[in-house]
Design a protein around this ligand. Structure first.
Ligand code: GLA
Length: 367
């Protein structure tokens, strides 16, 4: 088995891709100390050949799902960390760090979490007590030296301009009767987080000018009140329409607030970005498309632009994380259309580096 694995790895290490036959360096080796470089994983990714790929290319990981409240908190209210532990143990054994993801997110609030046994809504105080117990348990559970930051609050902002800058339909917003849950979440996390663990606000599409305004308004108000927020996570589920200027403006505006920057969920869909107007367009194509040379070239150029901006801003950026390892397991193969293949990452579904991989490498090695 070990033998087969090393044959597979040799093949992967000396890949012949897009006319380039060369030794494949680890991404972390050419990115060097610019920022941590990571990948979102599941318990099944951290083993076998994919486990070896993670060790070759990355120095940090995010659990794609298994550290989220809805996965950890069981129906009877107990906590089950066993799936997350498989990833954390792999990190610990191999000297990788992890981004904690996430503590408060409307999308991962267990069913019935905001209700009592009879289905009546809990009071704000009851929700606070219940979730403070959860946050405390999280920090008692995970080893201090592995998880270096937490996405404390995920996606609290509205997508479209409206009466509120917040996502008012969130069960958190509703349980608290307003956005105070954000401040509460950061202050409560600060009580339990070990010294030095960074507390992050994470959201998507914040390079969109209107959403960037909303994010800066929210974050500057919180920071003025002394709420302990160390950084902002740009999820970076992007497409080819995102420009250098948009990324640079977001970095500049968040840095001006004194916030550290994390790129937390990077991938580049071959369809339109699923946010904003793109969402409607994106749903129109129902079937998988072929990953043509033209698509591969355009994606490689876009990845090169993105990593060039990140490299130029490396003093402001702590970590950059890809959302999944290869095109085979990307969530975009099932979102927004189930079963429609997308090709958003640096490695194809056979685990081979794509043109985009070499384009990123060239940004760091051709100086
Ligand atoms: C959001 C969340 C992630 C993940 C992706 C889709 O970006 O923050 O945890 O669920 O959606 O996979």
């Amino acid at each position: 088995m070990k033998h087969l694995l090393s044959i597979a790895l040799c093949a992967a290490a000396l890949a012949s891709c897009c006319g380039r036959s060369e030794e494949i360096p680890g991404i972390k080796d050419f990115i060097k100390d610019d920022f941590k470089i990571g990948v979102a994983v599941s318990p099944s990714t951290v083993q076998g050949m994919e486990g070896e790929m993670i060790l070759k290319h990355f120095n940090t990981m995010t659990a794609e799902n298994v550290m989220k409240p809805a996965q950890v908190i069981q129906r009877d209210g107990s906590y089950d960390f066993s799936q997350a532990d498989k990833i954390v143990e792999f990190a610990q054994k191999n000297g990788l760090t992890m981004r904690g993801h996430t503590l408060v997110w409307h999308g991962s609030t267990p069913r019935g979490y905001m209700n009592d046994a009879d289905g009546n809504p809990l009071t704000k105080e009851q929700v606070m007590e219940k979730h403070e117990n959860y946050i405390k348990a999280v920090f008692e559970h995970y080893p201090k030296d592995v998880v270096f930051c937490w996405d404390v609050v995920n996606e609290a902002l509205a997508d479209e301009p409206g009466e509120s800058i917040y996502r008012t339909r969130s069960p958190w917003y509703q349980a608290f009767g307003g956005p105070e849950f954000i401040e509460w979440a950061f202050r409560t996390t600060k009580k339990y987080a070990p010294e030095g663990v960074q507390l992050i606000y994470n959201d998507y599409n914040v390079v969109d000018p209107a959403k960037l305004d909303r994010a800066c308004q929210m974050l500057s108000e919180l920071l003025e009140k002394g709420v302990p927020i160390d950084g902002v996570g740009l999820q970076a589920h992007w497409d080819n329409s995102i420009t250098r200027e948009q990324i640079q403006t977001a970095i500049d505006r968040f840095s001006a607030l004194g916030l550290d920057i994390h790129i937390t969920e990077l991938d580049l869909t071959c369809f339109d970005n699923y946010h904003g107007n793109g969402a409607a367009e994106r749903q129109k194509i129902k079937n998988s498309i072929h990953y043509t040379d033209e698509l591969a070239d355009a994606q490689a150029a876009q990845y090169a632009m993105i990593f060039d901006v990140l490299h130029q801003n490396r003093d402001k950026i702590s970590s950059v994380t890809f959302w999944c390892l290869t095109d085979r397991t990307s969530w975009l193969n099932n979102f927004p259309i189930r079963g429609r293949l997308d090709y958003p990452l640096l490695f194809d579904s056979q685990h081979q580096p794509k043109k985009a991989f070499f384009a990123v490498k060239d940004v760091f090695t051709k100086k």
